[in-house]
Design a protein around this ligand. Sequence first.
Ligand SMILES: NC(=O)c1ccc[n+]([C@@H]2O[C@H](COP(=O)([O-])OP(=O)(O)OC[C@H]3O[C@@H](n4cnc5c(N)ncnc54)[C@H](OP(=O)(O)O)[C@@H]3O)[C@@H](O)[C@H]2O)c1
Length: 262
Amino acid sequence: MNLNLQNKTVLITGGSKGIGLSIAESFLAEGARIIITSRDSENLKKAINHLTDKGFKADQIKTVALDLSLSDACSSLHKQYPDVDILINNAGAIPGGNIFEIDEEKWRSSWELKVFGYINLTRHYLKSMQGKKKGVICNIIGMAGIAPRYEYICGAAANSALISFTQAIGGASVRSGVRVFGINPSPTKSDRMEVMLKKTATDKLGDPNRWMELTTTLPFGRMAEPYEIANLAVFGCSDLCGYLSGTVINVDGGQNFSTPQK
Ligand SMILES: NC(=O)c1ccc[n+]([C@@H]2O[C@H](COP(=O)([O-])OP(=O)(O)OC[C@H]3O[C@@H](n4cnc5c(N)ncnc54)[C@H](OP(=O)(O)O)[C@@H]3O)[C@@H](O)[C@H]2O)c1
């Protein structure tokens, strides 16, 4: 299958690690050029080394270090790279916890990145893409938006807002040739998920080191692999999925509809 992504320019926020890095790798494998962002230039260097070790050319990869929870950073990223074919909104770091564990400051600061960061970048890039009458925006959101849990309340509410945002924008953007869709991953192997599972293992099992035990009850007895999210993102952004917009795809191995097992 030819996804026709050769020489497309793809901006991936939070592309230094986890799901974002895997998306970066999958786009490179299709011949696209990528721009990856993260706060930390050391993490970005490690990401470049990881990708070049896999045989990808360094001249296909650009990096930008900035904190996307700051509105000015979103505008300066857009000023630096106004002309991308595909935007992947992925950078997010909402901590686990219930309403008493997430105080107002933590709540607001994590939404600055995951909610307002996605909204601000979409506003900037939608406008540029509308001008060219083409482009795709893919929002990596999260299953908690449709299967909310008290123990991840800040993320659940953020994801739920981003699902509505994606549906509303993607319903209208097609009038000017732009597609906007989303993906809701369920627990997927990454640094962030390890931190979250360690907290749950501390709360439930009294020992953070037992976090892997929490994954055995998941579908297929494991977390999703980052590439299982990444490949869907890449396929969804390709012209082969030219009628996909205003939709958020759940990737949870059927967990939302499964009967709890002992
Ligand atoms: N993994 C899962 O199970 C899962 C499930 C559902 C949804 N998701 C969503 O998927 C996305 C990626 O998650 P992940 O698990 O792959 O996380 P991850 O491994 O922790 O990676 C997060 C990425 O975001 C960057 N980042 C963090 N804070 C930033 C900031 N303020 N400004 C710019 N970049 C920032 C990180 O780089 P630096 O640290 O270098 O800044 C890193 O590149 C998130 O939006 C998350 O909510 C993940």
